[in-house]
Ligand binder design. Structure first.
Ligand code: NAD
Length: 253
């Protein structure tokens, strides 16, 4: 990753998957820009960014086209080009992550799709003109709830299904420009976003018991796989969803 520059969207705190990937990429020599969603997260992200060499720090709420444009304008003026983009962003209203999917509200559905799925397409479109030199790599974070029913994951599962389909369509659109688009499907990890899912500690316990590797997924495992997909080691791979889940997703019984 020496000499590579990348934008990481989705750091909230030191438990964030985005931060684990950022640290790993920085260890390998990448230069990073981190974004923070709003002032509430700003201080945290600033403290974390201080551990990196020459980081850029940008405000970015992915629901705002103006903020997306401003962030990429800044990247263009500071760096000219970028080599990779990490999308580790998801949000749903808390009531939508309890009880039945059936009662999902129109507004709750819209919000989950906008923030957790559409934002990948908006960011990929903005990144495209900056991924000029040797192409680029775009990485999104998904979860098994996008293809199988995971009780309480509800509207977020539907958003992850859309996210994974977006990965494939974007991979097709951008492949001619050597821009690759992939996702990691991580097993459950206790983060701020995960805390919003009702019964999350039960999910962790169930995963430990049923996954072939008999353990929970660790941040470092996701970060290492992320590094692989961001680097030229994965240069022949695009449009894929790679599971980092201790094998949980292969089980039928
Ligand atoms: P996290 O809470 O650390 O990260 C979620 C991030 O989304 C936060 O940084 C938050 O600021 C950001 N975000 C939410 N709304 C936003 C908006 N409008 N604009 C900009 N940013 C916004 O939690 P995490 O678990 O590290 O989540 C990162 C990604 O990993 C998500 O896509 C999540 O669905 C996915 N994932 C998580 C798990 C898990 O068990 N933790 C498993 C599989 C996939």
């Amino acid at each position: 990753m020496q000499g590579k520059k990348g934008l990481i969207v989705g750091v909230a705190n030191r438990r964030s998957i985005a931060w684990a990937i950022a640290q790993r990429a920085a260890e390998e020599g990448a230069q990073l820009a981190l974004t923070y969603q709003n002032e509430r997260f700003g201080e945290n992200v600033k403290d974390l960014a201080a551990k990196l060499e020459n980081p850029l720090l940008l405000p970015l709420d992915v629901t705002s086209d103006e903020q997306i444009d401003a962030a990429f304008e800044k990247l263009k003026s500071e760096w000219g080009t970028i080599d990779f983009l990490v999308h580790a962003v998801a949000y749903a209203l808390k009531p939508e992550l309890e009880g039945d999917f059936l009662v999902t509200s129109r507004e709750g559905y819209r919000i989950a799709q906008d923030i957790s799925s559409y934002s990948l397409t908006a960011l990929a479109r903005a990144a495209r003109p900056l991924m000029t030199e040797t192409g680029g790599s775009i990485l999104a974070l998904s979860y098994l709830g996008g293809e199988k029913v995971v009780p309480h994951y509800n509207v977020m599962g539907v958003a992850k299904a859309a996210l994974e389909a977006s990965v494939r369509y974007l991979a097709y659109d951008l492949g001619g420009e050597k821009i690759r688009v992939n996702a990691l499907s991580a097993g459950p990890i206790k983060t701020l976003a995960a805390a919003g899912i009702s019964g999350f500690s039960h999910m962790l316990e169930f995963h430990r018991q049923k996954a072939p590797l008999k353990k929970n997924t660790e941040l470092s495992e996701v970060a290492d796989a992320g590094l692989f997909l961001l680097s030229s080691m994965s240069r022949g791979i695009t449009g894929q969803v790679l599971y980092v889940d201790g094998g949980y997703s292969i089980m039928g019984m």
